[in-house]
Design a protein around this ligand. Sequence first.
Ligand SMILES: [Zn+2]
Ligand SMILES: [Zn+2]
Length: 363
Amino acid sequence: MSKFCCKCGKTDAEGQIIDGFCLECYKDEFPLIKSLPAKQLVLTQCKICGDFMYHGKWRGTHEDRKETIQEIIDEFFSKAKKVKNCKKVLVADFDEPLPEEAGKQTIRIVFEGSPKEEVPPYQQEVALEMVVNIGVCDRCAKLARGYFESIIQIRSEKRIIKEEEQLKISELIQEKKAEMADGNKMAYISKVVDKAKGGIDLFIGSEEFAKSLAKYLTEKLAASIEYSTKLKTMKDGKPIYQSTYCVRIPYFEIGDVVRYQSKAYQIVGINYGRVELLNLKTREHKTLSLKESHPSFLKVLKKKDQFQRFIIVAIQGAYISVMNAVSYESMDVNRQVITPEHKEGEEILMVELPEGLFEVQDL
Ligand SMILES: [Zn+2]
Ligand SMILES: [Zn+2]
């Protein structure tokens, strides 16, 4: 006796019949996903930081925000009623929610599996509607109310922080922030440039991040650091402390002439907090250790704006005659103190020190 599908009438001559259904009808009759935990996948997106909230919980967002949505989709389907052992095999490409904008889109997800051993695995596509609402996460709300755990004060010795230094500091903050992008969004920073004090104040949501950023800035800027803490308030009977890191940028800068171990050097670079020196007498280069790249080892002899322009008048053997480009005063200097490639008539930059005149680089 031939079997036939009770739904479409197909006979077993045309294909396998299982429990009274052909495979085509079996799929429809016994879907892999029986019911969803909700009609739609509803998320809230923080309009400030872009994090997502699902099921009343804000979660840390990956740099690729779509990855976070994928995780939320998995969580959503983990609560669905479904055939045991059926697997998600494909999530069709979807659009990353626009920041600061609510939106809705349908995401196609394909599952594969089989409820019974004798039934060959089949696929089912689910069209899941994802709704993205707009809100503000707890952390951003806190920060908006002026909550912070730590302040980094960036100051410099006896001078204001220059614009190019401010840019450099902003870059360093971005670098460190990118490193911490994952878990620690409390790292949120608001920056205040205090024109009167000539410094920068950073208000930071996370003590841990403040500590690591302060250390990073100190290293990169050849700065020194001081730490202090004070009781800010009491919360539920517990003391809340606020820490302050004072990062002091040294008086010396690239280009300045300094005394190091009783010799005169020009600072030709500061890399990863290590000062690179040029010996003005021997023209030899030297890179200091992190420890020695510090004001206690380097005394500023002349700032770079105190250098003067000279014209090479004559080169005679071991001596060179130079003339001050402003006062026209002439003098003879040792040939060694300028770089050998110079010719008569050229203008060079020089620094006047107790031990004589030396050529310096225009940095
Ligand atoms: Zn059928
Ligand atoms: Zn937020």
